[in-house]
Ligand binder design. Structure first.
Ligand code: BTN
Length: 269
């Protein structure tokens, strides 16, 4: 894993001050790192406790879902990974969705919203992606994948329209573009930690009660025409208690448990 500079200060304060204020057991902040997810995985293999956090101003090999890369100009975003408790298979399946709620709540905490969720874990503002989440479990000495998971979060904070590559421009947005206001990344990070602790103490194994209600009210797909990765078309009909996306197709309801779906223009459906 390559790194360039573990920072002693971030956003005007010593890193230990943020560690104490946020109440995380361990916090590392890098100027550049290959991927914050990789560093958290390394710490997990050394036995780090849950809620350990790694932040970076820039990633040289940031990863997105489905083997894609994740680029963000230096200091434009909040790039952070947490080590989260994951007591069983069911909880692990829900982690990306629940982290989506964490991010949506934190974004609204700093005054931008409403934030919606595109299954399984993109966070949207006004129909454009403001944050992506990559959850990974790894194997190695000391890291028991049945007990912990790495959750990496990338939130677009300061980008302007022209900072996104042309191919992403129509579908991406930053907090400052959406809210037309400046956002303090340290405040956003603090809110993320608070919301993470709130939702992962303990990690839920089923979407029910308040959590199910929130998933429903934030669901950006519900009722919309979608196409699955295998080309099957249908209409999104909500998220099941185990985290599967339910899609109504001509052949009946279908549960989608992996991959992602694309919203199609209503005229295409
Ligand atoms: C996606 O939408 O494809 C997921 C993007 C996840 C990006 C974050 S940035 C912090 C963490 N480190 C990584 O390498 N990826 C995640």
């Amino acid at each position: 894993m390559s790194t360039d500079g573990l920072l002693a200060h971030w956003e005007g304060e010593p890193v230990q001050v943020w560690e104490r204020l946020w109440g995380v057991p361990r916090l590392e902040v890098y100027r550049t790192i290959s991927s914050t997810n990789d560093r958290v995985r390394e710490l997990a293999e050394e036995g780090a406790p849950s809620f350990t956090a790694v932040l970076a101003e820039e990633q040289s090999a940031g990863r997105g879902r489905s083997g894609r890369s994740w680029h963000a100009p230096r200091e434009s975003s909040l790039l952070v990974s947490f080590l989260l408790p994951s007591p069983d298979e069911n909880a692990r399946a829900l982690t990306p969705l629940v982290v989506g709620i964490v991010v949506a709540r934190a974004v609204e905490d700093v005054g931008v919203g409403p934030a919606t969720l595109k299954w399984p874990n993109d966070v949207w503002l006004v129909g454009r992606k403001v944050a992506g989440i990559l959850c990974e479990a790894g194997w190695g000495a000391g890291f028991d994948p049945s007990r912990q998971v790495v959750a990496g979060i990338g939130i677009n904070v300061r980008q302007r329209e022209e900072d996104f590559p042309p191919v992403l421009r129509d579908g991406a947005i930053s907090l400052e573009m959406a809210g037309q206001t400046s956002v303090r990344r340290a405040e956003l990070a603090g809110r993320l930690v608070t919301r993470t602790r709130e939702l992962f103490s303990p990690a839920p194994s089923r979407l029910e009660g308040e959590l199910a209600g929130e998933i429903r009210s934030r669901d950006a797909l519900r009722g919309r025409p979608v196409v699955l990765e295998n080309g099957v078309r249908g209409r999104a009909a909500g998220v099941a208690p185990d985290g599967a996306l339910v899609v109504e197709t001509v052949a009946g309801p279908r549960r989608v448990t992996a991959g992602s779906v694309r919203v199609t223009d209503p005229r295409e459906s």
